[in-house]
Design a binder for this molecule. Structure first.
Ligand code: PLP
Length: 358
């Protein structure tokens, strides 16, 4: 820390992204990226001709992409907000809708970025414990006096709450903004987007990072009533109006145009997930019911940290959270079938090694 940093950031604990080590080639099952490349249309349209235009600023409105997304989700362009990754949407939501007098609440086990934003903007925060089975008790979020943030499916559990439960949360909080973070919704979850027409307090955030194989492009979007979108635009135009670069806009447009390709990939990932779950269950793992492109698993006798360490030695990265209630678990991104076979093989080896050591 230099002596110049504002005092208000002195205690700030930044988000720790999943590791991206460069020391060797790993099978990466730790940051929930897609194992599949972007669609052929993305390769084609992010072209030398587009690179040639990089001397010009991008469209700060992202009009073409907004219209394409509006078509895909059956809303209007004025209901869409574009952002540099969906982390930016969450950032802007905390900045725009919370302050010292208006707090936020979210599950105590959820996306690790929420507490960072709480801290960054000094927002009074209530973290709500999950049920013993790691499900969210939606009643905890009904009739409250704070902004509500729920990842659905939740991370790192992969479990979801129903549309009916979200409806109850929205209806019981007409004067609170409810942010549903749908980063993983394309892997078998149910989207709340259809409720945007009914509830003007709903903000749904989505990303091109997971199901659309564009984590490196940094592109997210939100769908909400016009007023909420205007507020987010105000923040964006007060910080960085050009926060989505030209090449990313083109990649996003091409991605929406090749929607079938991504739907097909999501189907493949779901099938691989179900197969992996079945295999792990045979090996005495408990696997939470995942609607995401990752699974959260714990083994009868071998700890999550042991798997994390030994898998890394064997060239495979998974995510381990050294936190109360989940420190026996590991989170495993669903890769290709070949990658998951390698994962299952190494896991079986580790179980034998550990059992032999006892
Ligand atoms: C990955 C993720 C995001 C954001 O990803 P971006 O790459 O910033 O779009 C948001 N919420 C959750 C729960 C995530 O896992």
């Amino acid at each position: 820390m230099s002596r110049f940093l504002s005092e208000r950031f002195a205690g700030l604990e930044a988000y720790t992204p999943g590791e991206q080590p460069k020391d060797q080639q790993y099978i990466k099952l730790n940051t929930n990226e897609s194992p599949y490349p972007p669609s052929p249309e993305v390769f084609q349209r992010v072209s030398a001709a587009e690179v040639e235009k990089l001397n010009l600023y991008p469209d700060p409105e992202g009009k073409i992409l907004k219209e394409k997304l509006a078509g895909l989700y059956d809303v209007e362009a004025k209901n869409i907000f574009l952002s540099n990754g969906s982390d930016d949407i969450i950032n802007f939501a905390f900045m725009a809708f919370c302050d010292a007098n208006h707090g936020v609440m979210y599950p105590s086990i959820s996306y690790g970025f929420y507490p960072v934003y709480s801290d960054l903007y000094r927002v009074p925060t209530v973290t709500v414990p999950l049920n013993a089975d790691f499900s969210i008790n939606h009643k905890d979020y009904c009739g409250v006096d704070k902004m509500v943030v729920i990842a659905n499916p939740n991370a790192p559990t992969g479990m979801e709450i129903s549309l009916e439960q979200i409806r109850e949360i929205l209806a019981s909080n007409p004067n609170q903004l409810v942010l549903i973070d749908e980063a993983y919704v394309d892997f078998g979850g149910t989207s709340a987007v259809e409720l945007v027409k009914e509830y003007d307090n709903l903000l749904v955030s989505m990303t091109f990072s997971k199901s659309r194989s564009l984590a490196g492009a940094r592109l997210g979007f939100a769908i909400a009533s016009e007023g909420i979108i205007e507020d987010l635009e105000k923040i964006k135009f007060s910080t960085n109006p050009y926060n989505i670069n030209r090449l990313t806009l083109v990649a996003g447009e091409a991605s929406v145009d090749s929607d079938a390709y991504y739907k097909e990939n999501a189907k493949k990932i779901i099938a691989t997930r179900e197969r992996t779950v079945a295999e792990l269950t045979k090996m005495d793992f408990t696997v939470l019911d995942s609607k995401a492109n990752f699974i959260f698993v714990t083994h009868k006798s071998v700890g999550g940290n042991v798997f994390y360490t030994k898998l890394k030695e064997k060239g495979l990265l998974v995510r381990y959270f050294n936190k109360p209630l989940i420190d026996q678990y590991m989170r495993v991104t669903i890769g290709t079938d070949v990658q998951m076979d390698a994962f299952l093989e190494k896991v079986a080896e580790i179980i034998v090694e550990e059992d032999g050591a006892k």
